[in-house]
Write a protein that binds this ligand. Structure first.
Ligand code: MN
Length: 388
């Protein structure tokens, strides 16, 4: 039992990971307390969370909601900030022990860099940060001696399998994928699918962006790149297997051929709790997995001819440089366009591929190059979408 509570900064406290992290903190309130909460626009929820958890500071990124939040918290001893730059500042506050990056997309990059520079432990839920700038982020973390603890369930599984195996090289990892709501569908069938169908994930209850990414297999593509940087792997060492029940969260194969897996019911609170409690395992009352409820666990190869995003992600990973950053930016634009009914499901991959071909290649990008590539890719993707 530790004496001092770990103080947590949650970037993105209104989202699926953010709200579940607050549940974990409430359940383990003898170990954790909330230091910082940030949201983009969800002012009402932020106010409610702040009154309940009494953080030292909150950030409402969208300035249009600043007065509302500031007035509501006027009688509380809680500092209120606004603007995207505020995220980069609050993560450096002295009191913060762990920064949970639960915001969506590219927006996670700069605050994560800032938190690493300040020497904070990162509980990484924002996979896009490692996709965009994995080389830069892992180099910085090494220099600063900062731990990046994965919250993504697959990467948490691999991380758990690697505990105690420090000296033993990985032969390969096997990332499991549920296959999403469209598993088994043909390209012809996918042409007509709607966002309502795409937003119905069979096993996981998540935010809109990641749910669309799961349906298109881009989520697994992003996770392949995330795994490369977290575990220092070559593309050839990363395999994806579709496992529709989402019980085996991922596996590691060692050089003797032995495979270790981590299993459990699909519940993000477990990887969130593991990252925040690391290296301790914390007692909880989450529902336990029972093999007899799952007499059949299935496995199949991913259909990368139909779901092209996974193949595009492997190609981005092999090309390296700014290509994963370009892919990620294009993907954020096409997912938003799909959610606004501006493009079809399969067109998402076409736009991403064209962006990857058109944006100039930068072999060894630094931060400015990533920022530039992200901007260019968004512009090009938008232009392609509007021309369809
Ligand atoms: Mn995942």
């Amino acid at each position: 039992m530790q004496e001092k509570k770990k103080k947590i900064a949650i970037l993105g406290s209104s989202g699926s990971i953010g709200t579940q992290a607050l549940e974990v903190i409430e359940e383990q309130s003898h170990l954790f307390e909330v230091e910082i909460l940030t949201v983009n626009k969800s002012a009402d929820l932020l106010i409610e969370q702040a009154k309940k958890f009494r953080p030292n500071a909150v950030v409402i990124v969208d300035q249009a909601f600043y007065n509302q939040v500031n007035n509501a918290l006027f009688d509380y001893d809680i500092k209120v900030y606004t603007g995207a730059e505020a995220l980069e500042q609050v993560v450096t506050f002295n009191e913060v022990d762990i920064v949970l990056t639960a915001l969506v997309g590219y927006a996670g990059l700069q605050p994560t860099i800032s938190a690493i520079n300040a020497g904070k432990t990162i509980a990484l839920a924002n996979k896009e940060t490692l996709v965009v700038a994995g080389e830069l982020i892992t180099r910085l973390a090494r220099e600063k001696g900062v731990n990046i603890l994965p919250v993504d369930s697959e990467h948490s599984a691999i991380f758990q399998c690697l505990t105690g195996e420090y000296m033993n090289p990985i032969e390969k990892i096997i990332l499991t994928a549920s296959g999403g709501p469209f598993r088994g569908k043909t390209a012809e069938e996918l042409k007509a699918v709607t966002k309502v169908q795409a937003l119905k994930h069979p096993n996981w209850d998540m935010g809109a962006k990641i749910t669309i990414d799961s349906a298109s297999l881009m989520n697994k593509g992003l996770e392949v790149i995330e795994a490369k940087w977290l575990f220092n792997l070559n593309p050839e060492q990363i395999e994806v297997v579709v496992h529709p029940q989402s019980i085996i969260h991922s596996l590691v194969q060692f050089e003797d051929g032995s495979i270790k897996a981590q299993l459990g019911l699909p519940d993000m609170k477990l990887p969130i709790q593991y990252a925040m409690g690391f290296p301790e395992r914390l007692k909880n009352d989450f529902t336990r997995f029972n093999f007899l409820d799952y007499p059949q666990l299935g496995f199949e190869a991913p259909d990368t001819k139909t779901f092209r995003n996974l193949a595009l992600a492997f190609s981005a990973l092999k090309k390296g440089g700014n290509v994963p950053c370009v892919m990620n930016a294009a993907n954020e634009v096409v997912v938003a366009a799909f959610l606004e009914d501006k493009i079809g499901f399969l067109e998402m991959s076409e736009v991403i591929e064209r962006c990857m071909d058109e944006i100039p290649f930068v072999e060894k990008p630094e931060l400015e190059d990533y920022i530039q590539s992200d901007k260019q890719a968004r512009t090009v993707a938008q232009r392609i979408i509007e021309s369809v």
